[in-house]
Design a protein around this ligand. Structure first.
Ligand SMILES: [Zn+2]
Length: 149
């Protein structure tokens, strides 16, 4: 018999600006979403958490983020949408990542970088910035992002 939660890795997060929860115990997958292994298969962590709270996701529906942080796992920031709203979500999120490096993104990069086993280039792709920006953000001697401290 397997004890409740036995051999399941617990999910830990930190809250960043605007109360977005950034997972620090699990790594993101290639699609940029945090993955969790439950029942023998990997699934997107935010979908897993939402379903635990609300039950199965209606067929054909998506779990979208009001906060535009696709890696956010705060259930209160999620809503059920269709493909159209999901695409709008992605478009907005994409805009945020590429044009303005928000406080949330800077904080998330700093949280994720020490746990990231890939390269800065790959991490940059996840956040929609180049590797130079990643280096600046995580460099304690860099003056570029001091306003976040
Ligand atoms: Zn959020």
């Amino acid at each position: 018999m397997i004890a409740p939660h036995g051999n399941k890795k617990s999910i830990e997060h930190v809250a960043v600006n605007a109360n977005c929860y950034i997972c620090v115990s699990h790594k993101p997958g290639k699609d940029g979403y945090t993955q969790v292994k439950r029942n023998g298969k990997y699934q997107r962590l935010h979908r897993y958490l939402w379903q635990k709270e609300h039950g199965a996701i209606p067929f054909g529906q998506y779990i979208c983020h009001k906060c535009n942080n696709n890696w956010c796992i705060n259930i209160a920031h999620m809503y059920v949408g269709d493909q159209k709203t999901n695409m709008l979500d992605k478009a907005r999120a994409g805009t945020t990542h590429t044009r303005i490096l928000t406080r949330e993104v800077v904080e998330a990069i700093r949280i994720w970088r020490p746990r990231w086993t890939g390269t800065n280039v790959q991490l940059g792709e996840l956040f929609g910035v180049n590797e130079r920006t990643i280096r600046h953000v995580v460099d304690p001697n860099s003056h570029a992002w001091r306003w976040v401290n």
